[in-house]
Design a protein around this ligand. Sequence first.
Ligand code: PLP
Length: 452
Amino acid sequence: MGATKPVFDAWFESWNDSSERYGLDEIVYTARDGGLLRVAHNMDELRKVSGAEWRALFEARAHKTEWPLGSGVWGKKEWVCPNIDNENVVSMYEGNSNLFWAERYGRELGLDELWIKQCGNSHTGSFKDLGMTVLVSMVREMISRGRSIPAVACASTGDTSAALSAYAAAAGLPAIVFLPRGKVSIAQLIQPVANGAIVFALDTDFDGCMAIVREVAERDGIYLANSMNSLRIEGQKTVGIEIAQQFDWEVPDWIVIPGGNLGNVSALAAGLDMMLELGLVNRRPRIAVAQAQQANPLYLAYTRGFETFEPIAARPTLASAIQIGNPVSAVKAIDAIGRYDGIVEEASEAELAEAAAAADRTGLFNCPHTGVALAATKKLLDRGEIRKSDRVVVISTAHGLKFVDFKVDYHKLALEGVDAQHANPPIELPAKYDQVRDEMLRQIEKRGRAAG
Ligand SMILES: *Cc1c(COP(=O)(O)O)cnc(C)c1O
């Protein structure tokens, strides 16, 4: 380190005007022009530590017990949320998720190196934990500094509400979640219910829930936990840093990520930006954002060369967590795509369901959103955008166990418009040895033929 000890600092600033700034402990969600805020860091201070020193520091902290630095997010505290008392951090040791070499599935697709970043192997089963730990910790910090915050609220397609409810419950803070009635999975609904949140199931879609939560934030002083609050992005941006760290600071050729509200791809790029700026890596991956065809406003804008971005009415999709027609972070995502030579691809319901099921057959257990990303990967490979020898990382956003209803329906052949080529329903037979043996031998033979 240099002669003077660095003094790390971060603040909110307007996306469009970096001179408009607010403290991270101020209750502010949008800039004066109505646009987004971002969290900015004092990069001159961060630069006083060399890239090699940062790498060593991050490696030394990962998985260790020193509170809260063993968390994948808080191990990078100086880059995420430097001015928070460790006592106020609400962490469940999120992050540090497995980067899985999907050797067999990659081979089936025709890729030498397909890796899956298992962000769903986390406390509440999705990557939303990465951002929520930062937001809820900051709420605690604000309360300790004397601010009055009666409750924290979010609109959600399921996973955000599960993360908010768990972290708020751990901190003893009231949480309020607004869910579109009948549009989230049973597991996603039961998590906030079990964690004691105030759960509203509203007769609308995600975008309708978003309008309500913005109103209670504005009128009733409830703290807004949606990803338009850029504190979430700060935690989520560790995902790209972790991927580089797991490859011994080599950057993959491609990162494929499913996108709905588009906070996560913005976060991915923000983390990659910091690594480049601070000298931890010297190369950019390309980014591919994968959308469900049923909820594809970014894809449509991409096909128009981003000349305009038009919100759409999102139609029902199995990938329910990305059924969003008016993504809050579209501006940030388009910027990220520009800087990372990005591509946007879409997947139909049949494509996402078959991709998730095919990958499951190789030992994975994928949520439908990961299915969207896997289907997009296949399409980009078939089109020659992704090459066989490229190292590809697919971001798996949630655990498949949160979406068992999707899997049950797939294997029951109950998904409309999906052939379910990999359906594997249980074989129901009387408990008679001869019948069981005949069927068993038939099945073994059939699987042997399929494996070729
Ligand atoms: C939230 C979520 C997404 C989409 O992330 P955005 O930041 O909204 O683009 C994808 N998959 C799962 C499982 C999610 O919970």
